[in-house]
Design a protein around this ligand. Sequence first.
Ligand code: ARG
Length: 391
Amino acid sequence: MKKVVLAYSGGLDTSCIIPWLKDRGYEIIAVIGDVGQGDDFDKVKAKAIKSGAAKAYCLNLQQELIEEYAIPALKAGALYEGKYNLACALSRPLIAYHQVQIARKEKAEGLVHGCTGKGNDQVRFEVTYRLMEPKMEVIAPVRIWEFKSRDEEIDYAKSKGVPVSATKKSPYSIDTNVYGRAIESGLLEDPMVEPPQDVFTMTVNPEKAPNKPGYVEIDFIKGVPVAVDGEKLKPLPLVLKLNEIAGRHGVGRVDMIENRLVGIKSRELYENPAGTVLHLGIREIESLVLDRDSLRFKEILSQKYAELTYNGLWWTPLKAQMDAFFNEYHKNTSGTVRIKLYKGHAMVVGRRSPYSRYSEKMATYGKGDKFDQSLAEGFIKLWTVPFQRHQ
Ligand code: ARG
């Protein structure tokens, strides 16, 4: 029997994959990545075994997701199409990476995932597999199997002794980790339909949020968030804390039409309370400490970084080169930002940094002005020269 390693979630698709592959002569090792989806992982492991897996691993990847993936993407200012903090996209190269490590350890010959052929996730998994283990077989059963509907899958699962959960399946497709939540399909496929409140779990309905604004202060050192309201925290607990604080005020909801790599436009909802205030905060310190050219140039790279991440190209040279750039870029991104949270809105209301380039003496319209206004006249004359006709 050929041994293969499956990225297993415990859902219906990845559970059906196990007997489906077994019937085709494979031995299956299931790998579960705990990225904060909040499942009962003992149950998920047991389900993999009951479905016919030879072995099941569960890896806690939450800290790594935040420290090695979310923070670099934050430093890069990466928001896909200006809105999506890439929570789901960041988790795929991480899970695939660990899946490959286990495949090596187990001397497996193949790698399997349960993604459909219409999404981005298949690309993110497979690009990682192919870059790390180009010779291993890659199997994506959901793209090729015979089942035409969920009901057919359920019938198949029952016939194979795969436990089928009695609880009614959510009408949406949901992907959750500590850095955010993505919700799609069902009635959301009509882009004109307003999302019902019950799809959201990380953020309260802004209309029901406290009537009094909340404030949060975030400290950054070299572009890395290190404290919330003066309390020093490691990145993972810091993100969890910000999810709670911002989520309580309904901050972090996104409703967007996005362009998938495969060409389809899709409607997706996101909740990313921590990501929202972190992106807002880091940008604010940057605007205080960096010069105009650096800030402008970075915007181009932010967009590129988001595209690479979204499109499954995390483990590529350009992405690594950009990380090096951003480490240099953030040499002085240290300081504190104060953010006001009110009914779904987050706004910066204060910022300070020991590396601030902001000078009150240069900016003031009041007493103590150090800006020599007489220089402006000559400057403007020269500024106009290229656009004038000269005899
Ligand atoms: N559209 C997001 C992405 O490509 C999320 C994909 C998974 N979404 C979901 N609701 N299951 O990164």
